[in-house]
Design a protein around this ligand. Structure first.
Ligand code: NCD
Length: 327
């Protein structure tokens, strides 16, 4: 693998310091975009640079917010959706060869999402340019982690000393793996984990929390005592398309459960909400409204404020991958 490149393959590639710079830069991107002449200024910054993407799994937020991020920075974007069907992958080409070919077209950055864990790293191994992991199987989703952490920082002005509830498919959700792994590096983090018995945290990640002495407890139901001290409640979808299929009914957060989260606490979800409806329709209807129009009980329901962060955070991610942003 070319070591001079700025890949974003796992959450570990982004130190807390680098993440801090990215969050600052994302805020700057948003402010600049909305300032007089700012849109034109940004569009000149990386005019003509090339972003290529290959998505082997469905995506709404990751792909489209990356495309918007690249567009706002003046980059040219090309890509392949349903890539494991419509590209030469179907003919048996190796990921390494595909990475080499795609990166050889004067490409500046590539983004890849693959069905299987570890395949994005193979693309990066063959690539001549920086590669960003847009989600590889059930393993990692580092740019969703960037969005999640930027949203948390935007709300609390700090990433230290936070008590985070993580709920749902802790076993197969790549966003959980990236978020829990990274938040465990910030001082004072503690976790309360909620999941059906079948979907508890992977042993490897549980061991990492133990080794790092990050306090955590595990539960199989939601209740007011457990949720009262939380600042963040991070809900996730059952990843039923993955190994094991449908394993259990979700722990649903509705209006009542939302009220159990401590004062000033927020509800996040990487989206999409699954057919099991792990956030109730009543809460989602409020969450879709602009924050100042929500009823007071739903003020902290932020999954769409979180998805709105996507382009700004990913602009900072692209800038890093292009080699222009440091810790
Ligand atoms: C997530 C993913 O693809 O892992 N979606 C996203 O990128 N925001 C979460 C999910 O699919 O449940």
């Amino acid at each position: 693998m070319n070591k001079n490149l700025h890949h974003i393959l796992t959450a570990r590639d982004l130190s807390p310091e680098l993440l801090g710079s990215m969050i600052k830069r994302a805020k700057w991107m948003k402010e600049t975009f909305h300032s007089l002449g700012g849109r034109d200024y940004l569009r000149k910054m990386y005019e003509g640079r090339v972003l290529l993407y290959t998505f082997g799994e469905p995506s709404t937020r990751t792909r489209i917010s990356f495309c918007m991020a690249a567009f706002f920075l003046g980059m040219h974007v090309e890509g392949s959706d349903n890539a494991e069907e419509f590209s030469s992958k179907k003919k048996g080409e190796s990921w390494e060869d595909m990475g080499r070919v795609m990166s050889g077209y004067q490409t500046d950055v590539m983004i890849a999402r693959t069905k299987n864990a570890g395949d994005v790293e193979k693309i990066a191994a063959g690539s001549l340019c920086s590669v960003i992991n847009g989600g590889d199987g059930d393993r990692e989703h580092p740019t969703q982690m960037m969005v999640d952490i930027a949203t948390i920082e935007g709300e609390f002005n700090t990433l230290e000393g936070l008590h985070i509830g993580v709920c749902g498919d802790l076993l197969r959700s790549r966003t959980v793996h990236s978020l829990v792994g990274k938040m465990s590096e910030f001082p004072g983090t503690q976790f309360t984990l909620f999941s059906p018995k079948e979907l508890m945290l992977k042993p490897k990640l549980r061991q990492l929390l133990i080794d790092k002495r990050v306090p955590f407890t595990e539960h199989h139901e939601l209740n007011p005592e457990l949720m009262g001290g939380l600042q963040v409640f991070y809900q996730t979808r059952a990843q039923d398309e993955r190994k094991g299929g449908t394993l259990s009914a979700p722990l649903v957060i509705g209006r009542e459960e939302l009220g159990w989260i401590g004062d000033g606490g927020i509800l996040l979800h990487p989206l999409p909400v699954g057919p099991g409806g792990e956030i109730s329709p009543e809460v989602m209807a409020q969450a879709r409204l602009p924050r100042d129009q929500r009823e007071s009980w739903a003020h902290g329901a932020m999954p769409f404020d979180q998805s709105d962060m996507g382009p700004w955070v990913r602009m900072a991610g692209l800038e890093y991958a292009l080699g222009y942003l440091e810790a």
